[in-house]
Design a protein around this ligand. Structure first.
Ligand SMILES: Cc1cc2nc3c(=O)[nH]c(=O)nc-3n(C[C@H](O)[C@H](O)[C@H](O)COP(=O)(O)OP(=O)(O)OC[C@H]3O[C@@H](n4cnc5c(N)ncnc54)[C@H](O)[C@@H]3O)c2cc1C
Length: 383
């Protein structure tokens, strides 16, 4: 195997694989190094598949819109079915305080050209008749958001990246770097050392470990979240439903009906559960099931097939870390929090343009907002 590449990406996950694909399409010679035996085996396969542009950070909005365009056109362009379904998103509200927050956010999001509205109770019930009407005050509705299968998507990006000439090295763990003061010369792995012009840290929940191998510090911490899937049933609602009311043990939860009929759901634990433990718990299912049935009572009849647990690569402000920091040729593409699947393709598209030297306003915005050297003080509202 050759040992010199233009760009070396560490991590074949939600961000690394789409970036490899877009770079390879531009004719860049790329190596992706992955410690697991196939793509998507880190956080990517734990994601439930939600894809939205409805964020509170302008760079996330821009990236989200690009990702939606990519996911939506993917089957037409490549022939691969990734189970994209444009069912929209709805942040529902049963409390006055949430209603006010969401209405203010919708005004902001509209300024960025997002197709989103705050619907009153009756209009929302028309869109989602399955919602519990008691105490419902309304909610946001953004019909262009959607969902897809994280495993089908990453495998499709992987196959097309290979077709365009990307080399993937699986079952190879990055263990260190050889560097001088301001740049990396080579990356060391359990399967040999590789030289490159640019190195990219796309190691997800392990990104701060990879950074520290180059004596860099980035604040990415693994935060564990559980999810589950039901048996498939006839379609009875479209959007991803997000309930932001905190309750004992959890902050918010969200669920949607996948293109193939299953309800897929997830809950944000409170307090956060830090660490790398991905063993499912016995608390999650009763906790989330009770909350889901409160919002969509019909769910009481549907059987759950399985649950799993994975890691959010969290940052202190809920926004990703993207850009160069101290070392000239070591790009950080990390800290995707709960949104790496939806941000991966958009970020891959824009970063590929940036790395081949194209100037785009979107790239300036991304590098400014996600700057690795920022203060991490302005928190994303919908992280
Ligand atoms: C329950 C749950 C539900 C979620 N739902 C959604 C959702 O609906 N929508 C959404 O957008 N996001 C969702 N997410 C978040 C999403 O999964 C992550 O943000 C995303 O996968 C992170 O992408 P990444 O490329 O940074 O990391 P990963 O996809 O984890 O990729 C990093 C890769 O780096 C590899 N690696 C690490 N260390 C090394 C090393 N030393 N050497 C070589 N390789 C290494 C790992 O094995 C891994 O494959 C969810 C997450 C969880 C846990």
């Amino acid at each position: 195997m050759e040992n010199r590449f233009d760009i070396i990406i560490i991590g074949a996950g939600s961000t690394g694989v789409p970036l490899a694909y877009f770079l390879a399409k531009e004719g860049v010679k790329v190596l992706v190094i992955e410690k697991e035996k196939s793509p998507g085996q880190g956080s990517n396969k734990a994601a439930i598949g939600g894809i939205r542009a409805t964020h509170s950070n302008p760079a996330k909005i821009v990236v989200g819109l690009k990702s939606i365009e990519i996911f939506k056109n993917w089957e037409m362009e490549t022939g691969d079915n990734i189970e994209w379904y444009q069912g929209g998103y709805s942040f529902v509200t049963y409390r006055k305080s949430d209603e006010e927050t969401l209405k203010e956010l919708v005004r902001y999001q509209k300024n960025y050209g997002l197709n989103i509205d705050f619907l009153n109770r009756n209009d929302l019930l028309e869109k989602i008749p399955a919602l519990n009407p008691y105490g419902l005050r309304g909610g946001t509705y953004s019909p262009e958001d959607g969902s897809a299968s994280p495993l089908l998507a990453i495998n499709s990006f992987y196959r097309h990246a290979v077709k365009h000439g990307t080399t993937f090295l699986f079952d190879a763990e990055v263990t260190g770097f050889t560097k001088n003061k301001h740049s990396i010369i080579e990356v060391k792995t359990t399967k040999g050392n590789f030289r490159g012009d640019i190195f990219i840290n796309a190691a997800g929940a392990y990104a701060s470990q990879i950074a520290s191998m180059a004596e860099l510090s980035i604040p990415v911490n693994p935060d564990s979240h559980e999810a589950g899937v039901t048996e498939p049933v006839k379609r009875f609602f479209d959007p991803m439903i997000v309930d932001i009311r905190p309750q004992e043990g959890s902050k918010n939860f969200y669920f949607y009906q996948h293109k193939t009929g299953q309800i897929i759901f997830c809950l944000t634990p409170y307090p956060s559960i830090w660490g790398f433990d991905v063993r499912e718990t016995s608390e999650f299912l009763p906790q989330v099931a009770r909350r889901m049935i409160e919002v969509v009572p019909k769910l009481v009849n549907i059987r759950v097939r399985r649950t799993w647990r994975g890691l959010y690569p969290m940052t202190p402000d809920g926004n990703p870390i993207v850009g160069f920091l101290e070392i000239n040729n070591f790009l950080q593409l990390a800290g995707m929090c709960g949104q790496g699947f939806m941000l991966g393709p958009g970020l891959g598209f824009y970063l590929a343009k940036y790395l081949i030297g194209e100037k785009l306003d979107e790239v300036d915005l991304i590098l400014r907002e996600f700057n690795p050297g920022r203060e991490f003080a302005k928190e994303e509202m919908l992280k």
